[in-house]
Design a protein around this ligand. Sequence first.
Ligand code: NOJ
Length: 741
Amino acid sequence: MKTPRFSLLAAASVLGLFTGILPAQNATPDERARAMLARMTTEEKIGQIQQIHGPDEAAASEGRVGSFLNIVDPAISMKLQREAVEQSRLGIPLLLGRDVIHGFRTVFPIPLGTACTWDDDLAREGARAAAAEAAVGGYNWTFSPMVDISRDARWGRIAESFGEDPYLSARMAAAFVEGYQSPMPGRPKGIAACVKHFGGYGAAEAGRDYGSTPIPPRELNDVYLKPYEGGVKAGALTVMSAFNELDGVPCTGSHFLLTEVLRQRWGFEGMVVSDWESVVELTTHGFAKDHREAAMRAINAGLDMEMTSHSYRDYMADLLASGEVSMATLDERVLAILRVKYALGLFEDPYGPAFDAKKYLLPETLALAQRTAEEGAVLLKNEGDLLPLGKGVTVAVVGPLADAAHEQLGTWAPDGRDADAVTPLAALRVKLGADRVIYAPGLTYSRDASTGGFAAAVAAAKKADVVLCFAGEESLLSGEAHSRADITLPGEQEALVQALAATGKPVVLVLMTGRPVAIENLRGKVPAILAAFHGGTMAGPALANLLFGDASPSGRLTVSWPMASGQEPIYYNHKSSGRPASYGDFVPIEKIPQGQLQTSLGFKNSHIDLPPWPAWPFGFGLTYGKIGYSDLELSAKKIGMDGVLTVSATVTNSGARAATEVVQLYVRDDYGCVTRPVRELKGYERVSLAPGESKKVSFTLRPEDLSFTHIDMAMGPEKGTFTVWIAPDSASGLEGHFSLE
Ligand code: NOJ
């Protein structure tokens, strides 16, 4: 039992409740919030739970708003904050929010690219740098990280995600939260992070944004909720409720998610903001008869602040009067918001750093962005060690993404500037000298359907030693509400690559995309493929360094790379099926004899025109080294429920170049009270290896790492046998076995 404690601070805050005297600055945010709440009128409370899009000075000065979003001019942010702090009765400062998704003025790679670094420290540093720029821009809150599990590359927002894996996404979520919320001058918690979109938003049917997300309850716990939990446990001050519905209940009105899971299960004490108008969209979903009922359902479910729409502002007084919403509920919502404001230090320093454009694009921030783009690019193919290229070569630079500053910034980069971006063409001209770079784009933009530029591109290829083809997607082909049914390269890009390959010159295909794209028609046609995603401001120098060996590729896929759109959703941690297909089972459709019996192909969990595995598996990526795995060791064959298992292996680089290998730990729970995934990632480590160097890499596994949701919905590990792998990717590796007893 807990011993009741009555500290001086608590006494002071209780006193504050009755006297209106605010407790000292060193009281906890909760104590200070409670004391402030005691002084607030109902109107002021209703003001706090409303977020407004665009400036409204009267609302700020009269205490009728808790937050603004998207105030792009720092002078206006400052003015609004001054109105709130100096003019409103209680001087409660404003939260000023913005989508700082992958950098601010310095644009980092899209989150999917950053996740492919498997480098938590780098992700944390990137978020910290983004927060510093955003604070200079007048913001104290970012709507990031987006941690929705994305198993379907058709979904446009896969670009904003960390990919398909719950363990990795939870680690990345924590890294981003820690980065944004690391202290900066005057701000003990940097800028507030917002873990979104809670929850399961990425499972939209057919990848169509905002669609229903049919997620079985155990899968919700074991897969989809994990990354949000990772961000919350890392101390995220805010969470955003999602647009989608889960099993008939839109997330913004879900008591289960917003109260039972978030607060009761995880102990979250921060605030929940709705997504854009998602409160009033409860009516469109058919979950509320009108905006009044929508407001009632959302606030009672646990939604603290309404973004953009204003059903809270319009109906809360009436809902309180009718008793449909209690004052205690409203108080809880206001307290959550005030706690965030106190935790951020806004009462001490509401204004943050003064605007100073010189704080943007600092050399160290650009260097971080470049390093992230280097580490996040995934080398998918490198036949005959074509890469890295020798410095003496002449290159033909082709493709619609070679010099497309705007596109390389990717989706959700509203504060980036095209003029700041260094394109691959510009970077290669600097690295090689302009006379060794022959530029002929072939296509003017990614969806360009005209082949008029092909002849010049082919002529350039013929003059060069190597062709560098920068293909991909424009930034608007991914992101919110920009899902694609067909995820091949748009326009005539496939034809362009085929024409280049036909010259006989070696072609390096660099993919600058917002998602994995299906390139099955090209995979065998080019010797080298580098998946670079949209790499941000410094994509060009990063790619030039990778292609010429001044940086060494170490990125690994955090999504399964599909062969075709029709394979989606495709992910490595699927269930076995009673009839799994294995390598060797698959007969290409054109080789199936005509008139053959229905039974002749066997009965396997596969399509007949494509195998059930991707072009490249989750975790895959090549280096410039030659990496081998050996000597798997398990510290025990059995562990008890309080035991610890150490799993180790030796990783060797027998190549001539230094490399960084991402060593991965996977587990399969062989059988259980419910079926378990065929593999689950449980650990990873980036290991740098000089030529000829070997290192022993060890991971520990505890029973709680083997937890899952049982048939009766209880969570925990279960006794039984397990397979474990230390592996370079999710489809291979050294295999061992142990049991939990
Ligand atoms: C809608 C998006 O779903 C969300 O991610 C974003 O933060 C808000 N709009 C605010 O722009």
